[in-house]
Structure formats: C-alpha cells, structure tokens
Ligand binder design. Structure first.
Ligand SMILES: [Zn+2]
Length: 118
C-alpha cells in the first residue's frame, strides 16, 4: 500500500512538474517577447540618434569625422533609390524633367514646374 501511495505521489509530482514546466515555458516565451520588444525600442532610439546626426550633416552642421563616412554612405544609398525609382518611371513610361526632376508627360515640350525644355 505504501508503494502504491509513493507511486501516486511521484505520478502527482511528475504531473505537477509537467504542468509547471509548461507554465514556465509560456512565462519564458512572454519574457522573451518582452525582451524582443525592448530590443526593438532600443533600435528605434539608435535609429533616432543616427537620424539626428544625419540631419545635422545635411544642415551643414559639423559632425564628427567618424560619422561622415556613414552620412556619405546614406547619401549614396538615397542616390541608388532615386536611380531605381527612375527605372520604375521608365518601365511605366513616365518621364522626368532633366532640370528639376518633376514628372512630365510624354509630348510636353516644357516642364510645367520649372519651364525647362523637355
Ligand atoms: Zn523642371
């Protein structure tokens, strides 16, 4: 009888441990999700610091030399995006003014924004 009770207690402990482990796993997943969220918040803050340095660079405010390379690199990336958008415009059959980059319609003789010949 004692053996059976002992077995029963062990089975109970085992069942409790499985339930506890499941609860622990759920709790750990919640905490990990909160850690990911907090890391994302930190990344947003880093991003904001970077943007404020880049904005200073664009406003010709002196930035540390160590940031100049990164700011130049960002400018190059914006240029790449502009070139890629131009490719999309060409595929779509859109044209842009060579002077001010405003969209112009095929057949326009002059840019409606700056007046440059198309
Ligand atoms: Zn124009």
């Amino acid at each position: 009888m004692a053996d059976f009770k002992e077995f029963g207690d062990k089975a109970c402990n085992f069942a409790k441990n499985v339930a506890d482990k499941a609860n622990d796993a759920v709790e750990i997943q919640k905490i990990k999700a909160k850690i990911r969220e907090t890391r994302h918040d930190i990344d947003d803050i880093y991003n904001s610091i970077g943007r404020s340095i880049y904005n200073r660079y664009k406003e010709d405010v002196v930035v540390d030399a160590e940031f100049m390379y990164a700011c130049n690199n960002i400018d190059e990336k914006y240029d790449e995006i502009a070139e890629l958008n131009d490719k999309i415009d060409i595929i779509k059959g859109c044209m842009r003014c060579s002077n001010c980059q405003s969209p112009v319609s095929p057949g326009d003789a002059y840019c409606s924004k700056c007046g440059a010949p198309v």
